[in-house]
Design a protein around this ligand. Structure first.
Ligand SMILES: C[S@@+](CC[C@H](N)C(=O)[O-])C[C@H]1O[C@@H](n2cnc3c(N)ncnc32)[C@H](O)[C@@H]1O
Length: 299
């Protein structure tokens, strides 16, 4: 299981237990033991979440079978908790990580500080659309657009964002965005793949085997997508608009340098507690302007 997932990525989401109609032990006495034997660290929580999802004992057995086959718990359940929301998850789509909540909270803070009436926000490399959905909840109302190159991800994002009025576009980075957004986007928020190609083999099997390579592989140094995102962003930003990119704490200085090379004022935010980092590229401040290169921290 990926390092920053809790039990079910639902953390200690005890609300899921409400759906258990009878005690777990009565329905499937051996589920906890089987999950534990298979190496599930949070076997009791996982068993309760699976039981809450299943309508029948046979249904529960099928979910347990899928989980024991190695599918990420969130793909078995069909949802993950993210920023307090229930995000729908499809098979073969990247499961949003808890560390990405840090990116969302930074983005929400930025939007609130700029007091736009209805900012135009693009969630690029959107996966399930979790970032955009959470941002709409925390900092709405927004004109929200999301884009992903993977058709399965775009379809999943539509399920999450259509009810919020978000538009989902399918294609490579900025290419599928409507032309009318050029020069009008207040915030481009991005969690693009940033794992170096050579490190993918060391990722947990749930990620390696059940999330698509295109959602993980950031190229030789992990920064290939970030370079392309940064190189294209100025065409889309409104005057004073900004780009906020998730990165790793280790890569953050390089990410900041990539944004500075595009003439953006940069600011690095990190959280040791969440093992999270985000880098702001601000068109309102040039690389030598106020705030350039400043580092922020906080949970
Ligand atoms: C690390 S996942 C993050 C998904 C989502 N932002 C989140 O935080 O849960 C990266 C996503 O980028 C998408 N992606 C990779 N290359 C892309 C490209 N060239 N254009 C658009 N999306 C891309 C993948 O399909 C995947 O959904």
């Amino acid at each position: 299981m990926a390092s920053d997932r809790g039990p079910a990525s639902a953390g200690a989401d005890r609300s899921a237990l409400k759906g258990v109609r009878e005690p777990m032990q009565d329905r499937q006495p051996d589920v906890i033991g089987r999950l534990r034997a298979a190496g599930c660290v949070f076997a009791e929580e996982e068993a309760a979440l699976l039981a809450a999802e299943a309508a029948t004992t046979a249904g529960l057995e099928e979910l347990v079978r899928q989980r024991l086959s190695g599918l990420p718990l969130e793909q078995v359940l069909g949802w993950a908790e993210f920023c307090g929301l229930r995000i729908l998850i499809d098979r073969r789509v990247f499961v949003p990580r808890r560390r990405t909540e840090y990116l969302v909270r930074r983005a929400a803070r930025l939007l609130r500080s700029r007091a736009h009436e209805r900012p135009v926000v693009v969630d690029l490399c959107c996966g399930t659309g979790a970032v955009g959905a959470a941002l709409a909840a925390l900092a709405g109302p927004l004109e929200l657009h999301a884009a992903d190159v993977d058709p399965a991800a775009a379809a999943c994002a539509r399920r999450n964002l259509a009810p919020l009025g978000g538009a989902v576009h399918e294609g490579d980075l900025y290419a599928p965005l409507p032309g009318r957004l050029r020069g009008r986007v207040d915030l481009v928020v991005v969690n693009a793949p940033y794992v170096p190609t050579g490190q993918i083999g060391m990722m947990p099997p749930e990620a390696r085997l059940h999330e698509p390579l295109v959602s993980l592989d950031g190229g030789p140094d992990g920064l290939a997508l970030q370079r392309r995102v940064a190189a294209g962003v100025r065409d889309w930003l409104a005057p004073g608009g900004a780009l906020l990119l998730e990165t790793s704490r280790r890569q953050a200085p390089q990410t900041a340098a990539i944004l500075a090379a595009q003439g953006l004022g940069t600011r690095v935010f990190t959280s040791r507690k969440r093992d999270a980092a985000a880098v702001l590229g601000d068109s309102a401040a040039g690389p030598d302007g106020a705030g350039a290169g400043a580092a922020g921290a906080g949970g």
